[in-house]
Design a protein. Structure first.
Length: 167
């Protein structure tokens, strides 16, 4: 393991260094959507149950022992009657209400629909993490290209530890 992050570093080395730098930084909670079985044929409301915590680094979520691709990010809130102009708004509101039903505090950020990534199984073209020509890279947007993981982590950790004013 070299002292400076670079092309020779593996994903696991980069993630271990990132975890060390993030020690003490705020984490956001992870949740899993659960759809309870029907009782006497009557459907019960889905809920999002707690599933741990992670550091949110853009398209990646970093836990103590794993790296995850982000899914949906919602803020828990109690259900209220609202009119929606789009079905997507209704779906997001449903997730926010499910988080509240699952025990998350109103206004708390919850990550749902995340996917566990296995660094040992990554190949070129994997999204959002990949290895290209032996270099760990990350694709930070659907339209964007890949950038070196070391640079991406430095940028995201810097933003998490020292957020811009009013962020």
């Amino acid at each position: 393991m070299s002292a400076q992050p670079g092309a020779g570093d593996g994903i696991e080395d980069l993630l271990a260094r990132a975890r060390n730098r993030l020690d003490g930084a705020p984490r956001e909670r992870l949740g899993e959507l659960r759809r309870p079985r029907r009782i006497l044929g009557i459907p019960r409301s889905p809920r999002i149950v707690p599933a741990g915590a992670a550091w949110h680094l853009g398209v990646l979520l970093l836990t103590e022992d794993a790296v995850l691709a982000t899914g949906d990010v919602v803020r828990a809130r109690t259900e209220a009657v609202r009119g929606y102009t789009a079905e997507s708004q209704r779906a997001r509101a449903g997730l926010a209400h499910a988080a509240s039903r699952g025990g998350f505090a109103d206004g708390e950020t919850v990550h749902v629909g995340w996917t566990r990534l296995e660094p040992a199984e990554l190949a070129a073209g994997t999204v959002p993490l990949a290895v290209q020509e032996g270099v760990p890279v990350v694709r930070w947007s659907a339209a964007g290209g890949y950038m070196p993981l070391s640079r991406y982590l430095d940028e995201r950790i810097g933003l998490l530890l020292s957020p811009p004013e009013r962020a």
